[in-house]
Write a new protein. Structure first.
Length: 95
């Protein structure tokens, strides 16, 4: 019996963009969710750059934690790959 060939997979890992609380020390004073900072302006630019960099790749799935910063980082990528437009759609795309 011939050995079975395994399909190879490529996994990309990306960290969220820069967090607002890392550049704005006063953010915590007015934060509605102190443990869930959004992206800074640079973080939003980083998310767009990530989307442009991998938009042409054959990516089938995105796995994203539920934090605001990770959803905001993944959203431009999801839009580029799957045409998704909002966080709710991103959160449930692969359900």
């Amino acid at each position: 019996m011939a050995p079975r060939m395994r399909e190879s997979r490529l996994i990309y890992l990306a960290r969220h963009g820069q967090r607002e609380d890392h550049v704005n020390p006063d953010w915590l004073k007015t934060a509605r969710e102190p443990n869930d900072p959004d992206l800074s302006p640079l973080g939003r630019v980083q998310a767009q750059r990530l989307a442009k960099r991998v938009a042409g790749e054959a990516i089938d799935h995105l796995i994203v934690s539920p934090f605001t910063r990770t959803l905001r980082t993944a959203q431009p990528l999801a839009e580029a790959l799957f045409g998704l437009l909002d966080d709710l759609a991103l959160a449930h795309h692969n359900d």
